[in-house]
Design a protein around this ligand. Structure first.
Ligand SMILES: [Zn+2]
Length: 91
């Protein structure tokens, strides 16, 4: 269980409670959602790489790195989608 006073929770992340998240990668985010450039929790930078795993909520308001996904998935009760139906909003 994650500490309640984890510094990463200082950001405004309440709305992510119970969200459905799609797995994706850095390359996809850079291509389709260039407005998302850091992890909302830890500020890890999105890199243009298919080997960097990310998770995005259906509303694409933010992105979450793999570490933070693993750390917070239980606390936030995230449900993982299969990643095939992300509706990217073209810039
Ligand atoms: Zn992170």
């Amino acid at each position: 269980m994650t500490e309640k006073d984890d510094w990463r929770l200082l950001n405004d992340v309440e709305y992510l409670q119970d969200k459905y998240l799609n797995p994706t990668d850095g390359e996809e985010i850079v291509q389709h959602a260039p407005g998302l450039n850091v992890c909302i929790f830890c500020r890890e930078k999105v890199q243009d790489s298919p080997h960097q795993r990310w998770f995005v909520p259906e509303d694409l308001n933010c992105c979450i790195c793999e570490n933070c996904f693993d750390d917070f998935r239980e606390a936030f009760r995230w449900k993982k989608l299969d990643g095939w139906d992300i509706e990217w909003m073209e810039p």
